[in-house]
Design a binder for this molecule. Structure first.
Ligand code: ZN
Length: 131
């Protein structure tokens, strides 16, 4: 691999430890907002938007790595910023999904795949026992 690209990837690895802290912070942020009882649809759109933003950042990072490979000077601060932004967005997505899951009153049967109430002892459709 290209030495400069290798060096860049090593630096990116060093910022990995910061991702966990960011995840905790983002989760706190989202759950605070969650107390305002936001609609499920709105949450799903937020996840959709966040995923799109992550894709754009991934594309930027890919371009930066490629340009490094071609000999162009890399703005390392900008690269680290983009990596941190992805960490934040993934953390926010995870927190939203967790929140949506907690709000669900139904569960999916592993046998027939139909929804049923979380409090039911048996699935109404196929009779499979719920844990
Ligand atoms: Zn079933």
């Amino acid at each position: 691999m290209d030495e400069k690209v290798k060096e860049l990837l090593e630096k990116a690895k060093l910022t990995a430890g910061m991702a966990a802290d960011t995840a905790v912070k983002a989760a706190g942020m989202v759950s605070q907002k969650g107390t305002q009882l936001v609609e499920k649809t709105k949450r799903n759109f937020q996840v959709f938007d966040l995923n799109n933003e992550v894709e754009l950042l991934m594309r930027d990072i890919g371009r930066m790595v490629y340009l490094t490979h071609t000999g162009v000077e890399t703005d390392e601060a900008a690269l680290e910023e983009k990596l941190a932004q992805i960490d934040e967005k993934y953390a926010a997505i995870a927190a939203i999904k967790e929140e949506l899951e907690a709000q669900k009153t139904t569960t999916v049967c592993p046998v027939c795949g139909k929804d049923c109430d979380k409090n039911d002892l048996y699935f109404r459709v196929c009779g499979e026992k719920l844990q």
